[in-house]
Design a protein around this ligand. Sequence first.
Ligand code: SAH
Length: 497
Amino acid sequence: MFLTISTTGSPERPATDLGFLLHKHPGKTQAFSTSHGNAHVFYPEATAERCTAALLLEVDPVALVRRGQGKGRGGAPDAALAQYVNDRPYAASSLLAVALSGVFRSALKGQCAARPELPEERRALRVEIPVLPARGGAALVHRLFDPLGWDLVDVEPVPLDERFPEWGDSRYVRLVLEGELRLADALRQLYVLLPVLDDAKHYWIAPDEVDKLLRAGDGWLAAHPENGLISSRYLARHKRLTQDALERLELVRLAEADGSEVEEIDNAVDEARDTEERPVPLAVQRREAILAALRAAGAARVLDLGCGQGQLVQALLKEVAFTEIVGMDVSVRALNLAAKRLRLERLGERQSSRVRLLQGSLAYTDKRLAGYDAAVLSEVIEHLDEERLPALEYAVFGAARPRTVLVTTPNVEYNVRWETLPAGHVRHGDHRFEWTREEFRAWAGGVADRHGYGVEFVPVGDDDPEVGPPTQMAVFTKNDTDTATDTTETPKEGEAA
Ligand code: SAH
C-alpha cells in the first residue's frame, strides 16, 4: 500500500517544509511498526522546488488473520484461503488510513511545534495513490473528492489485467489529487475517505468511532453533500451510529449556518439519509406517531415539553390545525438552536403568532403551561432522575392538566436488537433510566389513576414480537368527569409529591 504527498516551493518557501509539517525529516528513511505491519516514510525527492513524501505500508496478512481482522463484514469468516490471499497487502485501504493517522498524528491535527505558522498555510499539494480500492468506482471517487476544493481529481480505473484488456477494469483506481489546501485538511479527508471507498472496514466499530469521524471531519464533513453516505460507510453501516453522526453533523451545520440555510440543511440531511436506502429513522417515526395522536385528539393548542432543537415544533407549524404551539426546554442552547431552525425572527406575523419558545423546567410547576389542549413529552422523562418524576408528574398532570398528554420513552427490552449497543447499556449517555414495557405501564397507570386520566399504549417503530417496539408511547386522556381539582396533595414548587 502506497501513497505519496508532494508539494512545490521556492527558495523563500521551500518545498522541504513538508518535512516539518509531517514531522519526518526529508533526509531519513524511517520505519514504524503498526498493528498491521510496518510503515515506512521516505522522500523520493526533497529539494526547495519539489518535495515528495511517501508512505509505504507493508501489511502482514498473517497478523491480520490472527487479529481476527481477515474477516468479512458482519463477522462472517471468509473462505479459509481468502483469509490469507486477499488484497490487503497491495491496496491502499482502511489500513493505510490507520497508518496515516498513526505515523502523521501531529500533521493530522495541524500541529507543528517548530514552525507553528506552517500548518495554517495552504500549499500546492499533490497526492497520489496508485492502487486504491473504490467500491462505487470513479464516479463515487469524484462525488467524494470534487466538493472538497481540489483543482484536479484524476481517477483512472486500473484494468483487471493489462495483458487482457477485454477482461475490463478491476475495482481499483489510481487517484491523483492536486490543489491548494492545508496539509492537515488533506490528510483528514484521506483518513476518512480511504476507508469509505474501501467499504470493508476491518476493525471493530466502537461507539467512539463517531467521535473520531467528527474530529477528522472537522471543517469539511458537515457541509459535504455526501455526508450521509460517508458516515454510513465509515461506520460500517451501523444504523444507530450513523444516525448519531448525522444528527451531530446537522448540529455543526446549524451552528455554522445562519437561519436562512437551516431548511436547506434539513433537506440535504433528509436526502443524504435516503441515498443509503435506510429505513425511516426512529426519530421520524416517533414524530409521525405523535402528530397522528394529536390529530386524533383534535388538539389545536399544543405544548412540546422538553422540545430540544425544535424538530417537532417545526412539524407542528406546518399544519394549520395546530393554532398555538409552545416549545419549552430547560436548555438555553437547545432553545437557541430551535429558534434558528424555526427562523423565528424571519417568520411572518401570522406564523410567528402561532409559536413560542419558553425556557423552563418540568421539575417545577409553571403557570405558563396551563390551558392547553395537549402536551407532548417526547423522549424527555428518561432525562430526569427518577426521584424527580413525581415533580414532573405534578407539574404536567396536576397543574397544567391538558386534556391529552403524550409521553414517549425508550423500551429497554428492545436494546438487545441494536447491533452496536453493548449488553446492559442505555441508548444515550444522558438517560437516567430506561424502562421495560411493564415498568412504563406501571408508572403511566399510576399517573393516570392519581390524576383522573385514562391511558393507552401505542408502539412506535418495528414492534418486535419478543421484545416489543424501540419506542413506547403512552396516550393519556383526561376523564370527562374530571372535576379539574386534583386528588393528590399539592407539593411545594419543585418538590416531589
Ligand atoms: N423532545 C425532543 C428532545 C428530547 S431530548 C425529541 O423528542 O427529540 C430531551 C430534552 O429534554 C432535552 O432537550 C433536554 O434539555 C430536555 N430536558 C431535560 N430535563 C428537562 C427538564 N427538567 N425540564 C425541561 N426540559 C428538560
